[in-house]
Unconditional design. Structure first.
Length: 402
């Protein structure tokens, strides 16, 4: 591909972090509106990974790192899940020696390397005037860093955990909740047939929204979340009670992947960490399942209750987006273009109290978004706490408003 020039301007777009349904609709929205306004759109492939890998030579083959986006391309992909631009968990300011692109290895020889200078040069090489990263707090935090370096950044929040600060809604969350409810209801038949506890581990490293909303919707009897360390004895007691009250003699609990036993820590698969310092979570669901089985006789007249343990994982992030994750990305993409047309940047496109808006992008790194335990979580009953829904936002507890 050759060096790109355009009279009106060039907009770069990328997707980083985990895939979710709704990314392709967002790419589609940005691209179609931008092209109709006279802009050229470049899709950077593999998130920040493509941004560091570009060879600044007009004769070089950079097709693995970026592509020119057309209406035909994005229309075909816009109805599907995942991201056709692909993704990665690359952090350009923290690149391990073995991950440095081959053509840069003679210049970057440290164990950890900051390639931000290369990213800035690559964006200039592509002629990018505005950059639209779509991602969670990790991907967007590097967008904040580029903003401080003078890049005109407009962020779009994406993560099924729904924990990007400043917005009530992140792309992917609704589909995740929808799939969690569906999967939980599907697995009820097995739990009921065998009169067991059904333990489902769901996404949520630091925030428990993906466990809270399905439980509030009636998919689960109880949920445990990262924001509150739970007493396994109390959980066992409650589930035995739930099982006894259920005509089919089973009970369900949703377990956030970041949930912790009282006095314990997060459960990791191994010690390896990604570029943002996160170790891969996984295993708390199985541990909860084992402890429930062990402790159940204390509350069930001496009889053990067997369990079904299932990690929903990628089953809730694969496939096509639901209605909300088709509509919201379209709106987010168009708001990003509204800002560009006004010459405004350094902003994060958001939903606040049911209305689309934008806020300073540095909110991503200046605060955290978690479940307000005091307001929304019953720590004794280990389930959502709610009284009145009147005048609350669509997803109730995902708003930071008081």
């Amino acid at each position: 591909m050759t060096h790109i020039q355009n009279k009106k301007g060039v907009i770069g777009i990328l997707t980083g972090g985990g895939d979710v349904p709704g990314l392709n609709p967002a790419i589609r929205a940005v691209t179609i509106r931008a092209r109709r306004e006279g802009y050229q759109v470049i899709g950077i492939r593999r998130g920040w990974g493509g941004a560091i890998d570009i060879v600044r030579d007009t004769e070089a083959d950079n097709s693995n790192n970026y592509q020119i986006l057309t209406e035909e391309t994005v229309n075909r992909a816009g109805r599907t899940g995942g991201t056709f631009l692909h993704s990665s968990r690359t952090c350009p300011s923290y690149v391990a020696k073995g991950d440095v692109p081959e053509h840069l290895r003679d210049r970057y020889t440290g164990d950890i390397n900051d390639l931000t200078t290369e990213v800035l040069k690559n964006l200039d090489f592509l002629g990018i005037d505005y950059l639209v990263p779509i991602g969670g707090d990790d991907t967007l935090s590097y967008g904040v860093h580029l903003h401080t370096q003078g890049v005109k950044v407009i962020g779009i929040p994406k993560t099924m955990d729904n924990d990007v600060p400043g917005t009530d809604y992140c792309i992917g969350f609704s589909t995740c909740v929808t799939r969690t409810i569906q999967a939980t209801n599907d697995l009820r038949t097995s739990a009921g047939s065998h009169e067991r506890f059904l333990v489902l581990e769901v996404f949520g490293r630091y925030a428990g929204f993906t466990a809270m909303l399905p439980t509030m919707a009636g998919a689960s009897d109880r949920c445990v979340i990262p924001e509150y360390q739970f007493d396994i004895e109390r959980l066992t007691e409650l589930l035995v009670e739930d099982r006894r009250k259920n005509p089919s003699n089973y009970a369900v609990v949703l377990v956030s992947e970041g949930a912790m036993f009282e006095g314990g820590e997060m459960i990791f698969q191994n010690s390896a960490r990604d570029a943002y310092g996160h170790a891969k979570l996984g295993g708390i669901g199985d541990l909860v399942s084992a402890k429930l089985k062990e402790l159940s006789p204390r509350y069930n007249n001496g009889k053990r209750v067997n369990t079904i343990s299932q990690k929903l994982g990628y089953m809730v992030r694969g496939g096509n987006p639901d209605a909300i994750d088709s509509i919201v990305p379209m709106a987010y993409g168009n708001i990003a273009l509204d800002l560009i047309l006004k010459g405004v940047y350094g902003r994060l496109v958001v939903l606040k109290n049911g209305r689309y808006d934008n806020v300073p992008i540095d909110i991503v790194t200046s605060t955290q978004k978690k479940v307000n335990v005091e307001r929304y979580y019953n720590t004794d009953r280990l389930r959502p706490l709610y009284k009145s829904f009147e005048m609350n936002p669509l997803f109730i507890m995902t708003s930071e408003a008081v």
